[in-house]
Design a protein around this ligand. Structure first.
Ligand code: SF4
Length: 291
């Protein structure tokens, strides 16, 4: 907390925090502006152009206001100091409990869909929220879209159990609607904690909702694709101070690809960018697997 806060601001801040606690909101954090990582093989002129292109967009979209800065209170989390990611994820799940923090808890969810996969994964996929199949089975990406995601992972030369898969919100929005901003804001701190524990090298945001929430940017999916972003989960710290954060890439949500298969080729380009960074050689005929 800044030392320059005067008494009146402190009082207002305390009242605001108390009010948030009454609403069940305990974590406050400020999202750092996201920096775009350009391909070092591009010419300096193109890199500079890309950065300039991002600046006004970031200025308009990043949800950082002065009022939020004074609310940057990062409370200790149960998993802090726990080196074993399996144990740390268990602590986060226990902390989540039978969550009623946002209105999705009373809109027909059968269960909380926490996340699944390798707790030490180098690659994480983050979607929007559980659908009907996920809600029924308690696991993300298990329906038709999940099958396509499995194919994408296989095309990369990996297995589903090699990666970690989670969503921005952990309860199914009714009728599979897009999760609302307040629901994402309330639930995403738990995702941030999962990412901080897993410490992946790359996070792939599947679809616009995941991308916008992870990057705190309001650009279209088309604008966000095709490059890496430096990413550190907001408001939490990793158990490993040497973890530099992840690179984040954006691609289409598999459910969207089921509706518009023409974008599979573009998705494969995004995944190839990720594979190149991770040093993964795709198996032969990989693009056909995606298709
Ligand atoms: S979506 Fe997240 S914050 Fe909302 S009730 Fe479910 S677990 Fe809790």
């Amino acid at each position: 907390m800044p030392r320059t806060l005067d008494a009146e601001t402190r009082r207002a801040l305390a009242e605001r925090v108390r009010y948030c606690h009454e609403l069940g909101i305990y974590d406050f954090y400020r999202r750092e502006p996201t920096s775009v990582v350009t391909d070092p093989t591009l010419s300096p002129a193109i890199q500079s152009e890309l950065r300039e292109e991002m600046s006004p967009r970031k200025a308009a979209a990043v949800r950082v206001v002065e009022e939020d800065r004074i609310l940057e209170i990062v409370s200790p989390k149960p998993e802090y100091g726990v080196g074993d990611p399996v144990a740390a994820l268990k602590l986060i799940r226990e902390d989540l409990g039978d969550c009623t923090r946002c209105k999705l808890h009373k809109q027909g969810r059968k269960q909380i869909v926490f996340g699944v996969g390798n707790p030490r994964a180098e690659l994480m996929f983050v979607g929007e929220g559980p659908g009907a199949d996920e809600d029924a089975q308690g696991e993300p990406f298990v329906g038709r879209a999940g099958q396509l995601l499995n194919n994408m992972i296989k095309a990369m030369g990996l297995r589903r159990e090699d990666v970690y898969i989670a969503n921005v919100v952990k309860c199914r929005p009714p009728g599979n609607r897009t999760p609302e901003p307040d629901e994402c804001e309330t639930c995403s701190p738990f995702l941030m904690r999962q990412i901080a524990v897993i410490k992946p090298k790359v996070v792939v945001a599947l679809g616009a909702t995941a991308a916008k929430n992870l990057l705190a940017m309001n650009s279209s999916l088309g604008e966000l694709r095709g490059r890496f972003y430096d990413f550190k989960p907001a408001g939490v710290r990793s158990s490993d101070p040497s973890w530099p954060g992840a690179r984040l890439a954006v691609t289409y949500h598999p459910a969207y690809l089921l509706r518009d298969p023409r974008q599979k080729g573009e998705t494969w380009k995004d995944l190839q960018m990720v594979m190149k960074y991770l040093g993964i050689e795709p198996p032969k005929k990989a693009a056909e697997v995606v298709g």
